[in-house]
Design a protein around this ligand. Structure first.
Ligand code: ADP
Length: 398
């Protein structure tokens, strides 16, 4: 007698029962064999599932083992539940030894600890290690109740950014003089003789391009100036005023694109010491981007609030969003996401580099949280403490 073994609709095998001598099979024997076949089929299916899961697990383990990106996961009690060898750069010791231990005792970088703390607002951070390596960290909640943090090594890009700084400061100065000359002569063209309509149109196009280039060079010079840290004019500034100013300035632009620009402020914020013009420029760049990279009908919300002795300004949009790999590099000079929906907008990739420089000069931080197709939130965190008296004096007198 033979009975098939089935796992749902799949045939996984058969069992045979034979006797040496002629033997009539009773119904009871048939039933028993069917039951045994059923049990065996379940065992075979389970063994296969286990094998599959095991293969999957070892494949994942191999990937985690080999990746140069550090991966760190904590459970609901803040204990390390997964750490790959690359994560040892932010651990007090061996990745294996860290398993099951409190993250607060094993993770050396305070920025990473902050990210791992559940519900913390900051979702991304830049971590500079003692040897000079720079990592870009992102963290998110995972179920049940843990956090996962991934760190990319961006040292190479940081070095590149420094080279760009040198390049920028050399080139931008050299470009200024010829541009001024070009602007002057284009204006004078119409004064030295009559031009036909087509010639006038050509001259108009030339001056438009000269203006665009001047704008770019001005941006570069600003950036050079901010990076060099000269000329911070520190005053007592209330950030809700800055937010309101910028919102007022961008309302027409938002209206034009049918984007609702909303402002959400808390009352009674304490003034902080900052350069009002530069801070306004930084927030304006964020709002400009938010409007630029959000489709008509979308929403941009500006917020200012106080939290744990820090002051936070955020600009949230319901726009195209930013992929994780781009998030790591957005604040570099000239960096633009290579996506059709961002590249169709004009831009030089300097806006966010300027934001970062301005905020860091003030001792603050800027971070981004974003999902493709959902939207982005840029958060500027300003220290609420008064900046040290020496640096105030230095920058005032320079
Ligand atoms: P630009 O806007 O001139 O390209 P930025 O430095 O301001 O330069 O921004 C760099 C890149 O970051 C942009 O090219 C775009 O890809 C991305 N980006 C910035 N802000 C947003 C935003 N709010 N939503 C989506 N992408 C953004």
């Amino acid at each position: 007698m033979s009975v098939p073994m089935r796992d749902e609709d799949e045939f996984v095998g058969a069992i045979w029962l034979g006797f040496r001598r002629p033997h009539p099979f009773s119904e009871e024997e048939g039933n028993l064999l069917s039951i045994v076949a059923g049990q065996l089929a379940i065992s075979v299916a389970n063994a296969r599932l286990y094998q599959q899961a095991e293969q999957e697990r070892s494949r994942l383990a191999a990937v985690l083992e080999a990746t140069p990106d550090a991966v760190l996961v904590t459970d609901g009690r803040g204990r390390v539940s997964l750490a790959n060898p690359a994560a040892e750069s932010v651990l007090r010791g061996n990745a294996e030894d860290a398993l099951g231990k409190p993250a607060t005792e094993w993770v050396t970088a305070p920025e990473v600890l902050e990210l791992l703390r559940a519900g913390s607002e900051m979702r991304t951070a830049e971590v500079t290690l003692p040897g000079g390596r720079v990592l870009f960290a992102t963290a998110s909640d995972i179920q049940p109740g843990g956090r996962a943090c991934i760190l990319w090594d961006v040292t190479h890009f940081k070095k590149l950014d420094m080279l760009k700084s040198e390049f920028v400061s050399t080139v931008s100065h050299d470009l200024r003089a010829p541009l001024t000359l070009m602007r002057g002569y284009t204006t004078m063209l119409s004064m030295v003789g009559a031009m036909n309509e087509q010639q006038k149109e050509f001259v108009r196009k030339i001056s438009e391009s000269v203006e665009q280039m001047t704008q770019l060079v001005d941006n570069l010079l600003d950036l050079g100036r901010i990076e060099a840290g000269v000329g911070l004019n520190l005053e007592a500034v209330t950030i809700d005023h800055v937010v309101q100013d910028v919102a007022g300035a961008y309302r027409p632009q938002a209206l034009n694109k049918r984007i609702s620009l909303e402002v959400d402020l808390v009352q009674g914020m304490r003034p902080i010491e900052a350069d009002p013009t530069l801070l306004r420029q930084a927030i304006a760049n964020l709002v400009d981007n938010a409007i630029k990279y959000t489709q008509p009908g979308g929403r941009v919300t500006m917020r200012a609030r106080q939290h744990d002795g820090r002051q936070l300004i955020s600009v949230e949009d319901t726009g195209v969003g930013i992929a994780p790999t781009d998030q790591a590099r957005l604040f570099e000079k000239f960096y633009r996401a290579r996506r059709p929906d961002t590249l169709k907008e004009k831009g030089s990739g300097l806006g966010l580099a300027i934001v970062k420089s301005i905020i860091e000069q003030h001792g603050g931080r800027v971070a981004v949280e974003s999902r493709l197709g959902v939207g982005s939130t840029f958060t500027v965190e300003m220290p609420a403490r008064i900046i040290s008296p020496e640096s105030t004096l230095d920058s005032r007198h320079s």
